[in-house]
Design a protein around this ligand. Sequence first.
Ligand code: ZN
Length: 340
Amino acid sequence: MYATVMHGPGDVRYERVEDPSILKPTDAIIKLSATCICGSDLWPYRGLQPQNGPAHMGHEYCGTVVEVGADVRTIRPGQFVVGSFCLSDNTCPHCQFGFQSSCQQREFMSGAQAPYARVPLADGTLVATAEMPDADMIPHMLAVSDVLGTGWYAADAAGVREGGTVVVVGDGAVGLMGVLAASQMGAARIIAMSRHPDRQKLARDFGATEIVEERGEDGIARIMDMTNGIGAESVLECVGMEQSMQQAMGICRPGGTIGYVGVPHGVNLDGQKLFFNQQRMLGGPAPVRRFLPDLMDRVLQGRIQPGRVFDLVLPIEQVAEGYKAMDERRAIKTMLRVDA
Ligand SMILES: [Zn+2]
């Protein structure tokens, strides 16, 4: 088959590779319904993350199971499934505690920007629907796999509660999903920090009640002003840069919580500041598996449309253009159509 391979910074090709096959008895092979490009794929694309040789890209997926290994018990060929970018057994102590992204057998998904993909730990990783969803559900189901699951975790980790005040730092796809999550969790005030009109509009559609355009010290001052000098009880940090983390710490009230899901690049925290700020912090790779059944239900019931975050849809053959559009910020998130 053809699949997406990154050869180096800025060099993404759709080229011939070996077909995926069952390598372990706990594997499944799925036929993708659609796939997409993640903000985290841009780190190696921009040369900001070292890479050892060509990499098979893609970790967001949904589709139909075509084959399973001998030890797979609950997943069957023909089922429509969604899985997380973190592959997990869903049985070890960390999985049982709700942190499937720290599974003792954890692997990271790869090779999903392709018509077919191998999913290890299929029983623990994949969640099947009762029926084959309609075609118009596919973008929303695909979004659950990573971007919504991660935004949801940010809100969950930040302790968003009904009636609470929430600030979302970062207006990328994950930040926008954080807004949606906070809204679903019943927050009264959701302040989205964004400077881009198109993203501001989407944030409002997803439930943001206010928008703050300022950044850095000005952004902190603006939020403090809007909260009577108190700060927000829940802050979602969805970027992973030094400035965004400082912003999150600057606007979270004492006793409040920061949920941080942006993979840190160059973030250094000051011990004394952490001590005197008195803020809870929980972050890391999202345990999307914990939320999958609930989020898939919300999509199928028509309560949420997270797939609206895909503002560019391309046939997978044009994956290189998809990366370029996101790198140049012409697209928030690119969905890739797979018509194999
Ligand atoms: Zn586990």
